[in-house]
Ligand binder design. Structure first.
Ligand SMILES: [Zn+2]
Length: 238
């Protein structure tokens, strides 16, 4: 069983969790009958303040899906259990186990969707999920690399176990869904590459470094980790 670590959750992005749940957390997870819920599935209908928990989580993730990092809003996102409620009901209303994710259900050519709609209740790697003490936002590309075609991959220099976990993570969530790849490549990377191409030679070197810094500072940048991995490899930050 994954140990819940309060430092944060590393997925495609590093989600910095507060060290304690927000003060109203229990209130948001109290049923209409006034009972603190420990079972999201059972109590879902009577948790009338769930929206407030979602707003909090959305803010914590700077408005990005915990898995694919596309921009999400209150309307097009849902609360996701990192360890699925089917596997551990005790964690189903635990702040450290909850994130928000996209609701996209567009089917790829192979009929697959992505993120939690594809994952359903599969268990995924605890090591990547519950960041260890050394994990932080700028180290997430230790696990994932990015190609110009918009796809992501597990870094080859990882130890075998971690590599398998990173691969499984991409696979289970289908993070190389055609639409995700195209959006990363066309809507995000193409624009940056176009600027790069237009620059005079003497400015090109500094360009990637500046872009890296700019995106690192902006935690609500869509597909941020994809870009940090892609640009990071160009400037030797891995
Ligand atoms: Zn997503």
């Amino acid at each position: 069983m994954a140990k819940i670590n309060e430092s944060g959750i590393t997925t495609m992005q590093y989600i910095e969790k507060h060290t304690t749940p927000p003060k109203d957390w229990d209130k948001w997870f109290t049923t209409a009958n006034g009972v603190k819920s420990f079972d999201y599935k059972k109590d879902y209908q009577s948790l009338t303040n769930l929206k407030l928990a979602k707003i909090f989580l959305l803010d914590e993730q700077h408005g990005l899906c915990a898995y694919c990092q596309q921009i999400i809003s209150l309307e097009n996102s849902s609360i996701e259990h990192v360890t699925p409620k089917e596997h551990n009901v005790n964690l189903s209303t635990n702040y450290f186990n909850l994130v928000v994710v996209c609701k996209t259900q567009i089917k790829d050519n192979d009929g697959k969707v992505h993120c939690d709609k594809q994952r359903l209740s599969s268990l995924m790697s605890p090591i990547i999920f519950y960041g260890n003490a050394e994990a932080n936002d700028s180290k997430t590309n230790t696990y994932f690399g990015a190609y110009a075609d918009g796809s992501v991959f597990a870094k080859s220099n990882l130890d075998e176990q971690t590599k398998k976990q990173a691969e499984a993570f991409i696979e289970v969530l289908n993070l190389n869904h055609t639409q995700l790849k195209e959006t990363r490549a066309k809507e995000v990377l193409d624009g940056i590459n176009a600027i790069f191409m237009s620059l005079p030679q003497n400015q090109k070197k500094a360009f990637w470094k500046n872009q890296y810094e700019r995106i690192l500072q902006n935690k609500s940048y869509p597909f941020r980790q994809f870009l940090l991995s892609y640009i990071g490899s160009k400037i030797g930050i891995n």
